[in-house]
Design a protein around this ligand. Structure first.
Ligand SMILES: N[C@H](CCC[C@H](N)C(=O)O)C(=O)O
Length: 270
């Protein structure tokens, strides 16, 4: 069977996006389709697969699967991508509200191929988790920004072996059984932080991770290392910003703003 797809990139995190509002694909096939279409050698190639689905209560629903086929309740870069796609195909106006498995999101299209997401509140904040891995000591702050994130501060963003330590922390018993994404953060000048992320389900470093950028900005705020709105430079070099309100350790009014581009559209055999 041939289906239409779009390829989108949001700060270098890239996705295959399929309009499945007419249910041309059964949800039971999402996992195998994600593995197939995200393969960078034998198919289109991407960090994840996004399905645009019908919603009875909002403009649309977003389903997200990682390139290894695992389902994730949310994807921050994917959220900006599906908003841009929905606007471009006329499935939504420039201001829209859509459903994700992590909660409801209000999105707005901004001139210059950028999108603003107004998100649900993060949860499960856990401060100062101390881990020792292969002789290295880590002081971790954990927060779920739609998906789980372990956030680690470093002096030099180039130093950490993101794959080695990201994978070890991701699979640590502290975060079992589902594991976590792992973000390495270097605060710099002008209220700007640099972020690198080992992404669960991609099982490697991506050029950006939207929920990880949100997690890193919020923890930077809680540690007094930055203040809202935090400027973030992703690993791919793109600029994003995260604003939020903190009261004690309750985080609200989380907004992620950043790029989202439709790279190309095509037809693929599935
Ligand atoms: N890999 C993540 C989901 C995608 C998150 C990332 N691509 C983003 O932009 O937030 C997980 O399984 O928790």
């Amino acid at each position: 069977m041939q289906i239409n797809f779009s390829k989108l990139t949001a700060a270098g995190n890239d996705f295959v996006l399929i309009d499945n509002r007419e249910n041309i694909i059964s949800a039971k096939d999402y996992q195998s389709l994600a593995v197939k279409l995200c393969d960078r050698k034998y198919s289109i190639g991407a960090d994840g697969l996004i399905l645009l689905e019908k919603s009875s209560s909002h403009d649309f629903k977003m389903k997200y699967l990682n390139s290894d086929g695992s389902h994730a309740s949310m994807c921050g870069n994917g959220g900006r991508s599906i908003a841009m796609f929905a606007y471009e195909i006329g499935a939504a106006k420039e201001k829209m509200i859509f459903e994700t498995d992590a909660g409801i999101i209000a999105a707005g299209i901004i001139p210059g191929s950028r999108v603003k997401l107004d998100l649900y509140n993060p949860k499960d904040l856990r401060r100062n988790i101390k881990l020792e891995i292969e002789g290295e000591k880590f002081d971790i702050d954990f927060i779920d920004t739609g998906v789980p994130h372990a956030v680690i501060f470093v002096d030099d963003i180039e130093k950490p072996d993101v794959f080695k330590y990201g994978r070890a922390i991701r699979l640590h018993k502290e975060f079992a059984p589902a594991g976590t994404n792992v973000d390495f953060v270097q605060p710099t000048k002008d209220n700007t932080i640099l972020v690198r992320t080992y992404e669960r389900g991609v099982e490697g470093e991506t050029l950006a991770c939207g929920t990880g950028i949100i997690a890193s900005a919020i923890i930077s705020g809680l540690k007094g290392l930055a203040e809202s709105p935090v400027k973030v430079i992703a690993r791919g070099g793109d600029n994003l910003s995260v604003s939020f309100k903190t009261e004690a350790e309750k985080i609200t009014n989380v907004i992620l703003e950043g790029p989202a581009i439709i790279s190309f559209t095509g037809v693929v055999n599935i």
